[in-house]
Design a protein around this ligand. Structure first.
Ligand code: FAD
Length: 475
């Protein structure tokens, strides 16, 4: 049956039976339309707010399939979304009536322990990477939920539990293979297409579809020291004590303060079930016995109601939050900004916002930045803000859609109040859907790098084929 696919220029293009049959002769993965079994499964993404029905899903099995998909989009002027792990909070990775270029079937990870290089296909998750790298006692700096995609997270920056020691995920990229809008498969590194390589480190999915990443890995694990003290009172005092401690820690420590309400779940200690918490989490990127000493103070900022801290397998800690972020379980609207300093006023705003959360699943969290993140020059990669002391992320999450407007309002109010203290930057990977605001957010995120990014976009994607993202307009 012919299908109608939304076009870049408005209206729809018809892909008739002949065209679909022709595609099927070369395409190695699966082509799915609304009539096909498995369609609903393949269109589903992380954020329960995003319930969209693409006209055609091209579930790619390798770079050649990605080239076919990009060629189809270009030749017919189709509006195409690109999906890696499907965690885009803004829902960029699926579009009603559009084409979906889905890489979720491309999850291979290969580790070369000699050169400490890790090659990762464009649809892999961080859990896939951790699984293979830990066999060799290696890690790649990723995110904090193992089901998040490597692609979207890395292309947008990448903040996790190791960034202060090893930098953002994008700082650990050695090379990428990418299908650009003209259907070429290019390699980008410091020595090949270096302009593109610069843009891929923070510039998001604007320049094409990355089929493979090559990362630098670092020795760590299998056991690392992790602190997860859970405080249930004296929030202001504990947060201030965390801030003062965070000012003193070496780069081996990556830490974040999180306001959250513990679910009644066997993964959480029973005494915290249903309690509003301030968790001052930290990981030590070094020998666990050394980490026990260095992380001791963060466990005594007050009297924690529970403290399941201790040495644990790195992989276990990397998936410790997965249970609370099951695919499609939560509707999410998040906003973020970078803070210059954690001044007294900033602390009051954060604690006030944390305690005013409108749902137990919502979160206010403050990852400490600095360390290796700030040692990369502001113009060395596309990623914008390198000087911030920390990020403030206000994450509205809910299960009952009736109160959605209140939850969105709380996110906007909390971020709005903190704006006067911000560096002006935002982390695009943590920003919810707000199309009218995208140009402003993109400008805030990239700052002085935006001009170079628009020129790069003009060179590699002049028609803006890849526009379902935090879009950089072509020069
Ligand atoms: P997708 O939704 O698949 O893709 C998002 C966008 O990335 C796409 O629209 C496209 O523009 C681009 N893209 C995806 N794949 C490709 C590709 N192969 N080639 C080119 N472009 C591509 N961020 C952090 O930094 N640290 C965290 O710890 C962290 N934790 C998170 C936890 C949860 C539960 C969620 C929902 C998000 C989290 N994020 C985190 C944010 C995350 O970085 C972004 O949502 C990111 O976009 C996810 O990447 P993905 O591949 O899963 O997303």
């Amino acid at each position: 049956m012919p299908i109608e696919v939304e076009r870049l220029s408005g209206g729809t293009a018809t892909l008739d039976d002949e065209k679909l049959a022709e595609l099927r002769t070369t395409f190695h993965g699966s082509l799915l339309t609304r009539e096909d079994d498995g369609y609903d499964e393949v269109r589903a993404v992380q954020n329960a707010l995003i319930d969209r029905r693409p006209a055609l899903v091209m579930r790619c099995s390798g770079a050649a399939d990605v080239i076919d998909a990009v060629d189809l989009a270009r030749e017919h002027g189709l509006l195409a979304a690109v999906r890696g792990g499907g965690h885009s909070v803004a829902g960029h990775s699926v579009r009603d009536r559009g084409l979906l270029i889905d890489l979720s079937g491309m999850r291979g990870v290969w580790v070369d322990p000699g050169s400490r290089t890790v090659r990762v296909q464009g649809g892999a998750t961080w859990g896939d990477v951790d699984r293979e790298t830990q066999v060799f006692g290696l890690v790649v700096a990723g995110g904090i939920v193992s089901t998040t995609g490597v692609a979207g997270l890395t292309l947008g920056g990448g903040i996790g539990w190791l960034h202060r020691k090893y930098g953002l995920s994008c700082d650990n990229l050695r090379a990428a293979e990418i299908v650009t809008a003209d259907g070429r498969l290019l390699r980008a590194s410091e020595s090949e297409n270096a302009d593109l390589f610069w843009g891929l480190r923070g510039g998001g999915g604007n320049f094409g579809v990355v089929t493979a990443f090559e990362f630098t890995a670092h020795p760590l694990g299998p056991v690392v020291m992790c602190a997860v003290p859970m405080y249930a009172d004296d929030f202001g005092e504990v947060f201030r004590a965390w801030r003062d401690w965070a000012d003193t820690v070496p780069d081996e420590v990556t830490t974040r303060a999180m306001f959250w309400t513990a679910p009644e779940d066997p993964h959480m200690p029973p005494q915290v079930h249903g309690r509003q918490l301030l968790i001052t989490g930290a990981v030590y990127a070094g020998p666990p016995e050394e980490g026990e000493e260095v992380l001791r103070p963060v466990r005594h900022l007050g009297t924690p109601l529970a403290d399941p801290s201790g040495p644990m397998p790195y992989r276990m800690f990397q998936s410790a939050f997965d249970f609370f972020f099951a695919k499609g379980a939560l509707a999410s609207y998040w906003k973020s900004l970078f803070l210059k300093e954690l001044t007294g006023r900033a602390v009051d705003l954060i604690v006030g916002g944390g305690l005013a959360r409108t749902t137990p699943q919502s979160m206010v969290h403050v990852p400490l930045l600095g360390g290796a993140v700030s040692r990369v020059g502001p113009h060395d990669t596309a990623f914008g803000d390198r000087d911030a002391r920390c990020m403030l992320s206000v994450d509205g999450n809910w299960v009952d859609h009736h109160g959605a407007a209140d939850h969105v309002a709380w996110v906007r109010r909390t971020i709005g109040r903190a704006e006067e203290l911000s560096t002006g930057g935002t982390y695009l990977n943590f920003d919810g859907e707000e199309p009218a605001k995208t140009p402003e957010l993109v400008s805030a995120a990239f700052g002085e790098n935006l001009r170079r990014l628009t020129e790069l976009k003009g060179r590699y994607d002049p028609r803006n084929l890849f526009r379902l993202n935090a879009n950089i307009p072509p020069a």
